[in-house]
Design a binder for this molecule. Structure first.
Ligand SMILES: Nc1ncnc2c1ncn2[C@@H]1O[C@H](COP(=O)(O)OP(=O)(O)O)[C@@H](O)[C@H]1O
Ligand SMILES: [Mg+2]
Length: 354
């Protein structure tokens, strides 16, 4: 199944992910980090991937890019411009990294080389992919820094990462990611380490770069608030699975999965007095080595019935909207939904400060 709203002129999505599984060998057994994920992404579009920490968002991104450690096993299919790349060698993938797909990480400090000047880091990635003279490369580095809104770009080229603020470092990372004009950008919690105003600036910058280049973006975040108004489509992940997938409009107006509902309730709202308490989701995500038999969210779900613990719900389409998919026996807001009952065990009530 796919998001295929408006296929490109030749009818082919930029990225097609089909039934992707990623499993890690570990001392405790097999960690099932990504389980049966499918989606299509068109050029220029944004897919938001949302879920709590540990839900498999980063492993999903890295599995698509082919950036997985040796203890990872992947099955399924990943097609980029129609070409299967899941089993491509690192050597083959190298021609995709930077050129075709790039990634911006949560913590730019670990992704940047601390002993290399900013200018050198940008020109290095340019030289790796494009045949440019030294002058051309430094000219392009300057243009890139300017385009990501870094003040005094000429002086910055000679600075080291530690001399820049977190927001400026993230701008540099975006400039590096943009260097070769990728068609697909993975932004993995790109603003989680930044304060709120800088967050908005960086997200706006990403959006501007995306529009200018008709780039597809996979925006990964634990915060539904970050993808609101920024993603065309949203996939909600829980315990390695997509539990709900829809256009952003449909997801926010008529969410079906109780986990999505809980995520939404944990977003701070502007009208809340400061220091008011946010509702966090009670309980913990399941053990990915030995996940529960039924719905993976059932142990934490206020609506769970007996069969939810025994039988895993399949990913089905909403009867009124074939593009809205969810994995739930008692979807929120439908006649099948039942009110929360007292016997449900919630390890809580967990609350966190806003
Ligand atoms: N190299 C690895 N070996 C074993 N388990 C891993 C490895 N990398 C990630 N995992 C596990 O995969 C699960 C998903 O991780 P991750 O994708 O990083 O979560 P998220 O990005 O949603 O916070 C986690 O339980 C994590 O511990
Ligand atoms: Mg992550």
């Amino acid at each position: 199944m796919s998001f295929a709203d408006e296929p490109s002129s030749n009818g082919q999505a930029l990225l097609e992910v089909n039934d992707l599984y990623t499993t890690f060998d570990s001392d405790r057994g097999k960690v099932q980090a990504v389980r049966g994920v499918s989606f299509n992404l068109q050029r220029g579009r944004t897919l938001g991937v949302v879920g709590e920490s540990g839900s498999g968002k980063s492993v999903l991104s890295r599995s698509i890019m082919g950036l997985v450690p040796p203890n990872a096993h992947r099955t399924g299919s990943v097609r980029f411009e129609g070409k299967e790349i899941l089993n491509a060698s690192s050597n083959e993938m190298r021609s995709y990294w930077g050129d075709q797909m790039a990634m911006v990480f949560q913590d730019p400090m670990t992704a940047l080389n601390p002993v290399l000047r900013i200018g050198a880091q940008i020109t290095e990635s340019l030289h790796e992919h494009i045949d440019l003279s030294k002058e051309q490369a430094s000219g392009m580095a300057l243009a890139l820094l300017t385009s990501v809104g870094i003040p005094e770009p000429k002086a910055r080229l000679r600075q080291y990462p530690h001399e820049l603020s977190g927001g400026m470092r993230q701008r540099v990372m975006i400039a590096i990611a943009m260097a070769c004009g990728p068609k697909l950008l993975f932004a993995d919690e790109p603003t989680t380490a930044l304060d709120v105003t800088v967050q908005a600036q960086i997200l706006d910058l990403l959006r501007a770069q995306q529009a200018e280049r008709n780039m597809a973006v996979i925006l990964v975040t634990h915060d539904l608030g970050v993808v609101a108004g920024r993603a065309d489509d949203i996939a909600v992940m829980y315990a390695g699975q997509v539990v709900e997938k829809a256009s952003a409009r449909s997801l926010f107006s008529a969410m079906r999965h109780p986990y999505t509902e809980a995520l939404l309730q944990s977003i701070p709202k502007l009208e809340m007095p400061s220091h008011s308490r946010l509702q966090a989701i009670g309980g913990r995500p399941p053990d990915l080595v030995d996940p529960p038999a039924g719905c993976k969210f059932a142990p934490r779900c206020p609506y769970a019935q007996e069969n939810c613990h025994a039988e895993e719900p399949p990913l089905i389409a909403d009867p009124n909207d074939a593009t809205h998919l969810y994995r739930c026996w008692y979807p929120v807001g439908t006649p099948a939904a039942v009110p929360a009952h007292e016997t449900t065990v919630l390890e809580g009530p967990a609350e966190v400060d806003a």
